[in-house]
Design a protein around this ligand. Sequence first.
Ligand code: PHE
Length: 340
Amino acid sequence: MKEIVHKYLDEIASFVAETPEQIEEFRIKFLSKKGIIPDLFGEMKNVSPEERKDFGLLLNQLKNSAQQKVDLLQETIGKRESVNEKATDLTLPADFISLGSRHPLSIVRKEIIDIFSKIGFTVSVGPEIEDDWHNFTALNFPLEHPARDMQDTFFIEKSPDIALRTHTSSVQIRVMEKEKPPIRSVFPGRVFRNEAISARAHCFFHQVEGLYIDENVSFADLKQTLYYFATEFFGPDTQIRLRPSYFPFTEPSAEMDISCFICGGKGCKVCKGSGWVEILGCGMVDPNVLENCHIDSKKYTGFAFGMGIERTTMLKYQINDIRLFFDNDLRFLRQFESQS
Ligand code: PHE
């Protein structure tokens, strides 16, 4: 008798099934009311009393292993079946693939660079951690001069010499130290200022700087270049206006306004009723700055300009809070999908 049970144990252990029908066949053969196992339990009465206990244990083992086999096979085949059904059901909608999109600041940075590269400007970049020379001193900010307070600076580990750059004008110095005129380049990059974060200001943002140095570069060239930019970026009817201003590294200096592209100059919320919106700072490179970079200021002149990418993007897309750029809220970012 025991041999028969061992034979069945082996059979159960080596049984494999490919389909649910085969599992069911197996279940009926061993476990159903008229199956092998209940049948064997029925044989108990013919076993001698000494052997009955061992035989009972053996039969229980047989019953458990048959039941476990059925459970296991049902689970694995069931899973496989449902995967197969999914894969072959051609009526199911396809899985959604989210492609993502460019960040609005990247879109606008690229647009600005493209506009200037069409008139021969190359692109250069410089470090975000700068020394005093490149961020201030070479740019004609005298030591202890209040002009340094124009931009509140993050210093690195209390060293007065190393700071996070407060503007991309530092790249002007790096490029002029390295290259000989003619120089015609734009410098995009991230800048940092120790300012309280609000809807209008952030402690870090992005700028694009422009620099043009050659013989006989005049203020008229500056004006024409910026006019070209304004009409390319904001539309062909855009007017520009230059207001006198002050930067230590340019003389004369100006701030450029564009005619409000929302109301066309009539006055609205974006231009606060004035018809004009400020867009960038600019000026003729101060001769001291050229000399600091070993460029002969008798022979060469040049102009520089710098604009905030956040500010420009906010104007173009009428975004009213600078913090939206850094929140990574997909509801905001997805609105720029069609632009990228
Ligand atoms: N660096 C100035 C700023 O951050 C902008 C500027 C650049 C002005 C070049 C003049 C010339 O405000």
